[in-house]
Write a protein of this length. Structure first.
Length: 88
């Protein structure tokens, strides 16, 4: 089973959009809102080389960056076979 990790901010409309979509899709996910922790947000941006929020990670055994809201929505919409397909 794939798990999703979202790093974002409570003021981000794209963050809320992807959280809603994952919830409606009954996906397993963890959200960390970093409004009060800009240092950690900056560290996540550097770690994943993704400069905007949300930063969406998909994880089975290892973590893979999906990207932001639109990248994640596309991944979900395409109905990727979660058993065999992971983003590169």
């Amino acid at each position: 089973m794939l798990k999703y990790i979202i790093y974002g901010k409570s003021s981000c409309g794209f963050c809320r959009k992807i959280i809603k979509k994952l919830s409606e899709s009954n996906k397993t996910f963890y959200v960390e809102l970093l409004d009060d922790n800009p240092e950690k947000l900056e560290a996540m941006k550097i770690k994943y080389d993704h400069q905007t929020v949300p930063i969406v990670i998909v994880k089975r055994v290892e973590e893979k960056l999906l990207g932001g809201c639109e990248d994640t929505l596309k991944f979900l919409q395409e109905g990727e076979d979660e058993a065999t397909t992971m983003p590169s």
